[in-house]
Ligand binder design. Structure first.
Ligand code: R5P
Length: 310
């Protein structure tokens, strides 16, 4: 591990930052992060960063806005203290679903976040399974979107029987489903959903045959669980076997998600540890993505390509 690098953790997922640091054989840099009574964020780096490459590990998980402000504050502190380069490791990129205007007079928040991150001097971004790949184009700095799919597939290999349908719960997840099917085998099926409320979606179409088949539903994220729940119901109506496995990179599991997902026939849910998953559930299996991120960071330090990690 190069002496000229330092890694700091925001408060969003310290265990992941520690696991990445352990893989790199370096400690997590000391810093204090507090909230003043008025809600302002106060950050102080307790170690020198001058001429160092600083890695800031902070997924933009809930509470998204305060985790974002923390990351901005940490980056600004690094910049003002003379860091040579600041790399934001943002395993889960909050606001990624706001990648375009969904209606008139709406903002494009992913672009706003990109601008903010660049403004405070961040010179490089590392993320995972970005909800919309085109967000990369919102940045003028290098952005690498790594993937949890190979890591999750290692866990899934023993779960997925022959003849499993790999299901994308919406068109946006098709690329991921194709990648899972390529690694695990199985035909790709897609459903089309209409979002009725923040927590409730309605499946309007199903393309592909799931009759008497076990299913693996894959998505980039599970937030309220509404998308996966509606997809499971539709698959069962279409005659799928009551043998459903779910895999997603980001397991946010907002309040009520477990209850929404709990169904007869749901066997297991696999997610990575990009965000600190807030629930304990016997069906939930969390696999660490720290080795993938650490490998990428090590290669940055060695000025090597990370192409084969994609
Ligand atoms: C949407 O396009 C995403 O890929 C996910 O399907 C969605 O954000 C999951 O959210 P929820 O779990 O709240 O339905």
């Amino acid at each position: 591990m190069a002496r000229n690098s330092i890694l700091f953790a925001g408060t969003a997922n310290p265990p992941l930052a520690t696991a990445i640091a352990d893989h790199l054989g370096m400690p997590v840099g000391a810093c204090t992060i507090e909230q003043f009574p008025d809600g302002e964020t106060a950050v102080r780096l307790l170690e020198p960063v001058r001429r160092k490459e600083a890695f800031l590990v902070q997924p933009l998980s809930p509470p998204v806005n305060s985790h974002l402000v923390e990351l901005l504050a940490m980056a600004d502190a690094c910049r003002r203290a003379g860091a040579a380069r600041i790399t934001a490791v943002v395993p889960y990129f909050g606001y990624a679903r706001s990648d375009k205007r969904h209606g008139k007079r709406e903002p494009v928040m992913a672009r706003v976040v990109a601008d903010l991150l660049e403004t405070v001097g961040i010179g490089q971004i590392v993320t995972l399974d970005l909800h919309a790949p085109q967000i990369e184009g919102f940045f003028h700095i290098p952005m690498d979107s790594l993937t949890a799919v190979p890591t999750l597939c290692e866990m899934l290999r023993t779960q997925v029987e022959e003849g499993t349908a790999v299901v994308a719960p919406d068109a946006g997840a098709l690329r991921l489903a194709t990648e899972y099917a390529h690694r695990l085998g199985g035909a790709v099926v897609v459903t089309h959903k209409r979002r009725e409320t923040g927590t409730h979606t309605q499946v309007t179409h199903l393309v592909g045959d799931v009759r008497n088949k076990p299913c693996l539903i894959v998505d980039d994220m599970i937030s309220t669980g509404g998308t996966i729940a509606a997809c499971m119901d539709r698959l069962r109506q279409a005659g799928a076997r009551p043998h459903i496995t779910v895999a997603a990179t980001h397991g946010l599991f907002l309040s009520g998600a477990q209850e929404r997902l709990e169904r007869e026939g749901l066997r297991n849910v696999f997610v990575s540890d990009t965000v600190g998953t807030p629930i304990q559930w016997t069906k939930l299996h969390v696999v660490s993505i720290a080795p993938v991120i650490a490998t990428a960071l090590k290669r940055f330090m060695q000025h090597r390509s990370i192409a084969e990690l994609y």
